[in-house]
Design a protein around this ligand. Structure first.
Ligand code: BTN
Length: 290
């Protein structure tokens, strides 16, 4: 088993890290996984994805994790911003030195969503209610109204050299402790704390355990999918597909119909009103019915 001593943890610039993350290195060390063997925690950064990309250029090892209590320029997919109150949530990026063909990146991105899903489901003890919205948003169905709200977003970025990825950076934002969500997103977002309370759990969720669970799942799925494709996780992708059977529309407006699965290339399948099945490979697709 890999052992990890405190000296592997850098709390940069006298970083102030809340108590439920202070012991993150010990939790990761006890698990002995490859991801997180080096953990760099800071109080504030611009974006942990930027830190990880810089680290990759500087020769950081596979599995290094950059974690921040706040980000001044947190980034989401499609150029969106990722906002998070200081010290409440999980904001981290993992450097994975995985060499794969670029056509495997969409499947890898889906696998990252599944990895986070598994970790969130474990904290709720409610496997069936935690879903993935293509490509990799993690949603939780609230017990009172059955509506699925976003708890996590993932931004996968890659460096491609000579026709293969040199590395990928998996950036993960999970709403953990937040209870007061900004009004404009309160109907579409949730947090682990909100959902645990709704299921009768007492006590605050533990960010270190959630981090360790996500890293363990990423380790299980990502390299395998990068090299072998979606076969290993395909059943789970379909089981936890938040869009299956829902009316959906692409943000670009060119595709509208009923979501009817995901193919082995990681594309969302949509059956149009003309009964044609269209495969969507990029962009955002939103659900337009309850
Ligand atoms: C999305 O839902 O659009 C993806 C959001 C990804 C946010 C995380 S927070 C940690 C990492 N650093 C970033 O700047 N973005 C990702």
């Amino acid at each position: 088993m890999t052992t990890l001593s405190r000296k592997h943890v850098r709390h940069e610039g006298g970083a102030s890290i809340a108590p439920d993350l202070e012991h993150a290195a010990d939790v990761l060390s006890a698990r002995g996984g490859r991801l997180g063997a080096r953990l760099i925690m800071v109080d504030e950064t611009v974006s942990t994805n930027d830190d990880a990309k810089r680290g990759a250029k500087d020769g950081a090892n596979h599995g290094t994790v950059w974690l921040a209590e706040s980000q001044s320029g947190g980034r989401g997919r499609q150029g969106r911003r990722w906002l998070s109150a200081r010290g409440e949530n999980l904001l981290f990026s993992v450097l994975m030195r995985v060499a794969c063909a670029p056509f495997r990146l969409p499947p890898v991105s889906l696998a990252c969503g599944l990895a986070v899903r598994d970790a969130v489901a474990a904290t709720l003890g409610d496997d069936a209610s935690v879903l993935v919205k293509w490509p990799n948003d993690v949603l939780i169905k609230h017990p009172s109204d059955g509506r699925a709200r976003k708890v996590s977003g993932i931004l996968v970025e890659s460096a491609i050299v000579g026709g293969h990825t040199q590395h990928i950076v998996v950036g993960v934002g999970i709403n953990v402790h937040t209870r007061m969500l900004p009004e404009e997103i309160s109907s579409i977002a949730t947090s682990v704390a909100i959902e645990r309370t709704a299921r009768g759990f007492e006590g605050a969720p533990d960010r270190a355990s959630i981090l360790a669970d996500v890293l363990a799942s990423l380790d299980r799925y990502v390299e395998h999918v990068a090299h072998q494709g979606l076969g290993l996780v395909y059943d789970q992708l379909l089981r936890y597909d938040a869009m299956a059977g829902r009316e959906v529309q692409s943000d670009a407006g060119d595709v509208r119909g009923t979501a009817c699965g995901i193919d082995l290339d990681g594309r969302l399948l949509v059956r149009t009103a003309e009964s044609e099945v269209v495969a969507v490979s990029a962009g955002e697709v939103r659900m337009i019915s309850k």
